[in-house]
Design a protein around this ligand. Structure first.
Ligand SMILES: [Zn+2]
Length: 402
């Protein structure tokens, strides 16, 4: 369990550490890292799958007590849409740090993948997505010396992994005065996410008529056959050139092996780089007609809109410049198919940069890991960016309302 400190002490940390960390003694990168890892371990060892509401309460309460070590004023746990969230700073901040405390890992995962540090690699459920990002966010606030009155706020939800249905309204309210949103989601090899696909989700139900498959097959209307027609049709709605995917996922039908099914259900996952594509597919889903006289019921629709690159360009440039000033290797950017809460804030017209959290790999996979040596660097980059944003916020570009 060697903790990495090789890169931290040799190259002098830039002067800002002592400049901005008012009051206390300035922290070295190594001391800072060790404090971050202690906090991280506590956070990871409090397992917090989205579906477990009591775990959500436990992790937000824990966050409140851990944050005392990092933030100048107390944070709070609030209930929104029946779920707890963790918050610090003004309700409608000028700059919002956004993240989540839930993970995709069920309680008990910790016994199979315990919290561990091997060289540069930290492992444990939810380290990469995104408990490291949470700790980096706190460390950045401490390092920047920012107070609550500065206009920076932080919000951590507990239902991001299942689509932020309970926290969506709160996120929308939180950004009404925002000039910038920084999403603390993880980044594959450190690349910031400047573009995310939009997602649409459908549950399509086909209602037919049941009958005995042996005695009376023609009296039935086979819902499964109608569903099969639909599934095949969805494959024609994809657009390879525009990278729009239409993927039937979970489906179910039938009650017994000798009954014509009167019900079939198909879930469809749609991803697209822009709203127009999401709308094109939405129209097709709704216009679908079977050759059989079934009734079709559609639940769902366009969910998180796409995060288009125009909304992140200016913040990416700021991150790039700041990172260069700090003397770190150049930042890269990437576009990804997975959605986050950054999709919601960008679609509301707020400049948004995503992927400012952990550096590592393996989101939602059992090889999930995060880099420990990157933690102080990322925190420092974020601290510098916050200070710059407070003095010179980005000009809001064209807002594309969803
Ligand atoms: Zn995440």
């Amino acid at each position: 369990m060697a903790m990495q400190s090789d890169q931290s002490d040799q190259s002098d940390p830039p002067a800002d550490l002592s400049e901005t960390h008012s009051g206390d003694r300035p922290m070295t990168h190594a001391a800072n890292l060790s404090a971050m890892l202690t906090t991280l371990r506590a956070l990871v060892e409090c397992e917090s799958p989205t579906s477990d509401l009591s775990a959500a309460y436990a992790v937000t309460e824990l966050a409140r007590s851990l944050a005392v070590d990092w933030l100048p004023t107390p944070s709070r746990v609030e209930i929104h849409g029946g779920r707890p969230v963790w918050r610090w700073g003004p309700d409608q901040p000028a700059i919002l740090l956004l993240g989540h405390l839930d993970t995709v890992w069920p309680v008990g995962t910790l016994s199979k993948i315990p919290f561990a540090i091997q060289g540069d690699r930290i492992t444990g459920p939810g380290v990469f997505d995104m408990k490291v990002g949470v700790v980096q966010g706190w460390a950045a606030l401490k390092e920047s010396g920012i107070t609550e009155s500065s206009g920076v706020g932080m919000l951590l939800t507990t239902d991001e992994e299942t689509g932020s249905h309970a926290s969506r309204e709160l996120i929308a309210q939180s950004i009404t005065n925002a000039k910038a949103v920084i999403v603390l989601e993880p980044s594959l090899e450190g690349a910031l996410k400047t573009r995310r696909k939009g997602t649409s989700n459908y549950l399509v139900r086909f209602h037919g008529v049941a009958s005995h498959a042996g005695l009376d097959p023609d009296r039935g209307i086979n819902a499964l056959v109608a569903a099969a027609e639909f599934i095949l049709a969805t494959q024609l709605w994809r657009d390879k050139l525009q990278e729009t995917s239409v993927t039937p996922t979970v489906s179910a039908s039938g009650t017994t092996t000798n009954t014509v099914p009167d019900l079939a259900e198909v879930n469809v996952d749609v991803r697209a780089w822009n709203r127009t594509e999401q709308e094109r597919v939405d129209d097709l889903v709704r216009a679908f007609r079977s050759t059989l006289p079934v009734t079709i019921e559609i639940v769902g629709g366009i969910d998180r809109p796409a995060m288009e690159s125009a909304m992140s360009a200016e913040l990416f440039t700021l991150a790039e410049l700041t990172n260069r000033e700090l003397g770190y290797p150049d930042l890269t950017e990437c576009s990804v198919g997975g959605a986050s809460d950054g999709n919601l804030t960008a679609a509301a017209g707020i400049p948004t940069i995503d992927g400012m959290g952990a550096v590592g790999d393996g989101a939602h996979a059992d090889f999930e890991w995060a880099s420990s040596s990157a933690m102080p660097h990322r925190a420092e980059l974020l601290a510098k960016m916050l200070i710059k944003l407070l003095t010179d916020p980005p000009r809001t570009t064209t807002s594309s309302h969803s």
